[in-house]
Design a protein around this ligand. Sequence first.
Ligand code: UDP
Ligand code: MG
Length: 317
Amino acid sequence: MNTRRRISLVIPFYNEELNVDNTLAAIARVVDPQRYDWELVAINDGSRDATLAKLQAASPSNFELIVVDLSRNFGKEAALSAGLSQASGDAIIPLDADLQDPPEMIAAMLEKWEQGFEVVLARRADRSSDGFLKRQSAAGFYRVMNRLSEVKIPDNVGDFRLMDRCVVEVVSSLPENRRFMKGLFAWAGFRTTSIDYARPEREFGETKFSGWKLWNLAVEGITSFSIAPLKIWTYIGVFVALMSFGYGSFIILRTAIQGVDVPGYASLLTVVLFMSGLQLIGLGVIGEYLGRVYLESKRRPPFVIRSVQQRGGKAAE
Ligand code: UDP
Ligand code: MG
């Protein structure tokens, strides 16, 4: 009988030709075929460089390589979802392709898993490789996010974590097509622990997440997990209405006592501009949510797989 357990590593690759060989070699160094069966699910997220060719040329000996080729670039969240859908392990670990999630941590994660934890988070205890601005904006995001959302997203934790099969089943079964994975993982819950690591610099190539992309990811995260930005307009409205009522009463009284005074252009214009600005912001927030409802209602799949190829490892049937 076969009671050996299988571990899946899931790595999205987008224009990472410089990292493919290195990353596969680093994985080969940490997998331990004595204890577990290993598979690496590599997702090619519509790379325009030689990433796919390099992945297909690789022939690892101590793990099975499953190359999932997406039909175009769907973004990291979708690529990760695609990888999870193809992973068959009893424990599943998503990693970045640039070795910023050190594979050396995997052994420690597995140990925690063997102790009975269903989720083992790898926490970036040291983010000095990330730059001041990125660290500050990340800290700000988690503060706002965790204030607004009922689902608490652990801070300084990326997608690098070990998840038991049962957690991945839950996340994969969620029907939504706009997938903020960190949020979905946190939403799923389960017995969770964490281990700390220092996040190293990117090995080769450059980051795919510019300031604008990160901002959009942050908006995605907040709108996916909280409707507080929608609800706040009721309170802002009530507050402004009360203020105007007070000020209106004051002006009526003053006019009744002192008579009409015509000047007041500047204050009038200020109030009009302020109020229209406020209304536009409110509309914008509604628009953010409405847009998401619209996109979600189309029920398009989050990713399209062109092909799945398997190679290497002992487990080939
Ligand atoms: N990635 C992807 N699709 C994208 C952008 C990024 O699959 O559209 C992958 C990328 O190849 C890498 C991971 O997501 O494996 C993290 O990207 P990156 O290292 O650029 O992010 P950072 O570490 O700077 O946050
Ligand atoms: Mg990176």
